[in-house]
Design a protein around this ligand. Sequence first.
Ligand SMILES: *[C@@H]1O[C@H](CO)[C@@H](O)[C@H](O)[C@H]1NC(C)=O
Ligand SMILES: *[C@@H]1O[C@H](CO)[C@@H](O)[C@H](O)[C@H]1NC(C)=O
Length: 499
Amino acid sequence: MHSECTEWTARSRNRIIFVSILSILFVFFIYQNMEDPEILQASPRMINFKPKPVFSQRIVHLDLKGAPPKPSFYDKLFPLLKEIGITSVLMEYEDMFPYWGKLSMLKTKNAYDSHTIAHIQNLAHKNSLEIIPLVQTFGHMEFVLKHSEFSSLREVPEKTDTICPSDENSIQLIHEMLAQIRQLHPNVSSIHIGADEAWNIAKDERCFQKLHKIFHNSEERLKLSHISRVAKYAKDELKFDRVYGWNDMFSSIDSELLKEYDLGRLLVPVVWGYAPDVTIDGYFPYGMFQRYSQVFPNILFASAFKGANGINETFMDIDRYFSNLFSYHRLFSIFHQELQNRVSGIVFTGWQRYFHTAPLCELMPVGMPSLINEALYELDPTSTPSVQRQRLLNFLKCESVQPVQPINYHGHVYHPPNEIIFKQCHFLGSDVENLRLLKWKINIDGILTHETRLELQSLTEKIKSLLLKDFYEDAVNEWIVQNLNPQTIIQKFVPQTIL
Ligand SMILES: *[C@@H]1O[C@H](CO)[C@@H](O)[C@H](O)[C@H]1NC(C)=O
Ligand SMILES: *[C@@H]1O[C@H](CO)[C@@H](O)[C@H](O)[C@H]1NC(C)=O
């Protein structure tokens, strides 16, 4: 009796376990299909080829000056970045950093707190990712100089972008910003000091005086003096081993002058440019790589995977961004004599705004296929385009991938862009691809019909609820108003097919 009972119990227990496992799998399957509309949903993916990268550092730039993600987003993002072979994350916190004390007004309403900053670093560590904080210290200081407390430090009173490098208070401010960044990043070894597009330089009386008295009327000296001084502070005082800086403020400067300011020791230039072909004659100033090769032991390239295709771009153009990345490889071989053993890495730049007060461009989830495409390519730049495409679609777990068919609507033919293929993959961008098609239809009609209005409404609700999982409400609303406002949707959208 006892043994029979035990046997029955064991058998029934096995059956219960079996059924439970089935149910769990089933629920998991349903959950996956319901809750997994976006690429960032953590689920194991594997790359099934042997990486043969050309550049040892593969760095993703996260631009938090628009639509910054909620902290939980990083839990999904970082394992994925690891999977696609990313080595470092360039964190442009801008006003999302929890500046304190004299600087507390710099932080925005949704700014991260110090626990989040630590969490991001722990998570990065777990996923073998290096964090490189980025702080603007010359141009693009709108988030600082817009405040009345710091407005006297503007180079030009009515422009908030460039800080006056000739005022000692500017230097104090920059030191304090860098020191606070250091304090919350005690273990990182590198920092990026920005320093691009400081357009309004040598305009102010303070600068004029210095220009005449100290710099022999050379604007180049004025710029180099500031950049090298900030880099020196970061390196020698704050003990960052490597200091990066965008290169455009010294792309035409003579190598002897660069040496005079010790830039080779102090800075790693990040050569950036987002044109579809960066090898075109004159795109980078003539002789730049020759000059750099006499000064810098290390250089980074910076291409863009999103945020460089129009100031308020909504949709992804994968091929355009890939073309930019690909042209860096050609550049590398054209200048191989100058660049051999010098280019230590490539940055995948992902602008979220062109500047502090600009509209939002492609959101991070929309840009993910482009980033994945580029990162997978960087792991194996010898792959053929068709292998590369297959790897991307496998990675995105796209369902049946039909060839792209033209769509007929009221006698008009729509030739969908290649990105339409991602409609069949589980990620947020699929809904944004539906939006691209819907906007085309609305413009064919010239008005919102009952049908398209309803479609727009339901798409808006869907996209909104998806975005709210990862982004703060004000950013979501800003994106919705910019992209889904029924009043402006008609004039705004000119589909490429009818241009
Ligand atoms: C820095 O490293 C120390 C020692 O490994 C560790 O305890 C601490 O959590 C790290 N801090 C951050 C912010 O990563
Ligand atoms: C988007 O950018 C284009 C071109 O720069 C401009 O014409 C248009 O007005 C912008 N739309 C919005 C909503 O900012």
